[in-house]
Design a protein around this ligand. Structure first.
Ligand code: ADP
Length: 265
């Protein structure tokens, strides 16, 4: 077993200069995320979650402190080296899906393979189709985003995040634009990827009920960690979806308008 944590940060700070004012978005975060964990990062708006995600995702560099990703210190890398690390190690999923609109699902998923080490076109197709199958969209390869529901678009985004086989999946409010049932479906995908493939997930959410699909909850306030605890009773998306469906079936049974005798034949 590989004991090197995926993420190890120590005394991480980030200060933004806004005119004359300094905004201390992160004030010394120390945290380790071992391989295979599903961590939900929560906290009120302005607590530093997105700033942390930017640093963890190698999109930005800290003001001070250390960030070791899979055993490699990435705190002081150049922008170019950071982008190489990012492309290899990290898959991103955002609230707004961020798909290219006039591009099919499979082409959207192929995109990350166009950067970095060249992958032959046939292999790109194969890997993109495989990733879409993993998220249950094997029959929608040629659909464009506007032909897909919000939940399906988020699945395409998850497939795109997975296609380079990252060691870390970073999801920033991935259910923010989705209804309740679709949110559970998307959380079910993250849980499956985490449990079956051991993919490490860092999920940012301000919703406590979404955080409980994870195995550990870290809460930020004012740029600091205020709580860090395992989830005692993890919500299991697959069970909830089954319960949801059987409840709906029961309701339909009880609803006189759905009974054959309710109206004229
Ligand atoms: P959260 O994601 O928890 O809402 P953020 O990380 O977005 O928190 O913000 C933390 C603090 O840093 C806030 O006070 C926010 O206004 C500030 N901040 C975030 N990004 C920037 C930026 N690019 N420039 C200046 N201030 C920023």
């Amino acid at each position: 077993m590989n004991e090197t944590p995926v993420i190890a940060v120590r005394d991480l700070t980030k200060t933004y200069a806004v005119g004359e004012i300094e905004v201390r978005a992160l004030r010394g975060i120390s945290l380790e995320i071992p391989r295979g964990q599903f961590v939900a990062l929560t906290g009120p708006s302005g607590s530093g979650k997105s700033t942390f995600m930017h640093l963890a995702g190698c999109l930005d560099r800290p003001t001070s402190g250390m960030y070791v990703l899979n055993g490699r210190d990435v705190s002081r890398l150049s922008k170019r080296d950071l982008s190489l690390v990012r492309n290899h190690e990290i898959g991103f999923v955002f609230q707004g899906f961020n798909l290219l609109p006039r591009t099919s699902a499979i082409e959207n998923v192929e995109l990350p393979m166009l950067y970095g080490k060249p992958v032959p076109a046939k292999e790109r197709r194969r890997r993109a189709a495989e990733a879409l199958e993993q998220v249950g969209l094997g029959s929608r390869l040629d659909h464009h985003p506007n032909q897909l529901s919000g939940g399906q678009q988020q699945r395409v985004a998850i497939a795109r995040a997975l296609v380079n086989k990252p060691s870390l999946l970073l999801a920033d409010e991935p259910t923010g634009n989705l209804d309740s049932r679709t949110s559970i479906e998307v959380m079910g995908i993250f849980q499956r990827l985490n449990q079956e493939q051991g993919i490490t997930v860092l999920l940012i959410t301000h919703e406590m009920d979404i955080a409980e699909y994870g195995t550990r909850i870290v809460a930020f306030r004012d740029g600091q960690v205020v709580t860090d605890r395992p989830v005692r009773e993890q919500r299991i998306a697959e069970d909830e979806l089954l319960a949801w469906d059987s409840l709906r079936a029961e309701r339909a049974d009880d609803d006189p308008t759905t009974q054959p005798s309710a109206g004229p034949a």
